[in-house]
Ligand binder design. Structure first.
Ligand SMILES: [Zn+2]
Ligand SMILES: [Zn+2]
Length: 336
């Protein structure tokens, strides 16, 4: 850990950092400096001066942790409910190629756990988990995001932007002969993100940006728009979606002559979303308990990472029971 060399109060060599604002993200370059002290006496003396800045940075850090929690929830879900027959990920000529094998198209239950046997970097795995997921994320994470963000006196909106990928991705279907590569999908540029205003600061939460090589889940709004956005596509809108909002719209559009397979797929996806919703509702006491602050989002980085890992583990165990149920008990007939 990097300590600032001197005590913020007396200038002697420092030994402790203020835990309230440690690891807060920068909004402008250099505006989240670590504050350190030689002892607790100096810290107490300095507190009247430091407290205003400390509280601002503490809120920012909480926002970052909310963003990390949302992304973790989405990724835990996607690791259990995956619908792409992915066999390999290759980074070539500035494009991330997701190689798909048509022989591995999930039949039943259509959504399967993310393949565990891929030799893939964590970064590419994140990209593969996030491809085409911004609408799902917006719906799936809606109630949880509103619950968590409501606890930090923030306001928020959803916006669709025309994004400029750092690393575009491409689906590449392996043909039967295997040596001939056939491209079907191309780079996606319309992207949904969440705008959050916290004490006069504008931020972007982007849980699925890693599909385009956008590494950070929380970015100052100005930086995000300058570096990643070509233009606004739609919005901003009020964030009202819930776990199945997009499926509700999709189901209304299902025509009478659509196949049973299509209906079963839609029903299966809905069941997975609802199973996720059940976990989150129970975990946060149906969103009626006081909004979590310190016990979930506070503490040191290490403590938070432990909590985050536990949350992810619990959610994956919960989602695995859905996958088992779906694969073992799917008995509906299918035609077409
Ligand atoms: Zn001191
Ligand atoms: Zn502080």
């Amino acid at each position: 850990m990097n300590y600032p060399v001197s005590c913020a109060n007396c200038g002697k060599p420092a030994t402790t950092r203020c835990s309230g604002c440690l690891t807060a993200p920068e909004y402008r370059p250099g505006d989240a400096p670590a504050t350190a002290y030689c002892d607790s006496k100096c810290q107490q003396q300095q507190w009247p001066t430091h407290k205003v800045q400390c509280r601002i940075l503490n809120k920012r850090r909480t926002l970052l942790r909310i963003a990390e929690l949302l992304k973790t929830a989405l990724f835990a879900y996607r690791e259990c409910v995956y619908d792409i027959p992915l066999t390999e990920v290759k980074y070539e000529e500035g494009i991330l190629r997701l190689l798909l094998d048509p022989r591995k198209i999930p039949y039943r239950p259509w959504q399967i756990p993310f393949p565990s046997d891929l030799n893939i970097s964590p970064q590419h795995k994140e990209a593969a988990l996030a491809t085409n997921q911004c609408t799902t994320a917006q719906c799936l994470l809606g109630p949880l995001a509103r619950y968590l963000l409501g606890g930090i006196e923030s306001t928020f909106k959803v916006v669709e932007v025309n994004a400029e990928p750092i690393v575009p991705w491409k689906f590449v279907w392996l043909s039967d002969s295997k040596d001939e590569l056939r491209s079907l999908a191309c780079t996606a540029v319309t992207h949904t993100i969440l705008l959050v205003w916290l004490r006069g600061e504008g931020w972007v939460i982007d849980t699925t940006g890693c599909q385009f090589g956008f590494g950070d889940v929380l970015v100052p709004l100005n930086t995000y728009f300058k570096k990643r956005v070509k233009s606004l596509a739609r919005g901003p809108f009020a964030y009202t979606e819930h776990e199945t909002s997009d499926l509700d719209v999709f189901d209304c559009k299902l025509a009478l002559n659509d196949t049973d397979t299509k209906r079963l797929k839609a029903a299966h996806e809905r069941a997975g979303r609802l199973h996720f919703a059940k976990f989150v509702r129970e975990r946060f006491d149906r969103y009626e308990s006081p909004r979590p602050s310190e016990e979930l989002l506070g503490g040191s980085s290490e403590e938070f990472q432990v909590r985050l890992a536990r949350f992810k583990g619990d959610l994956k165990v919960h989602m695995a029971s859905f996958v088992d149920f779906a694969s073992g008990k799917e008995r509906l007939s299918e035609s077409g």
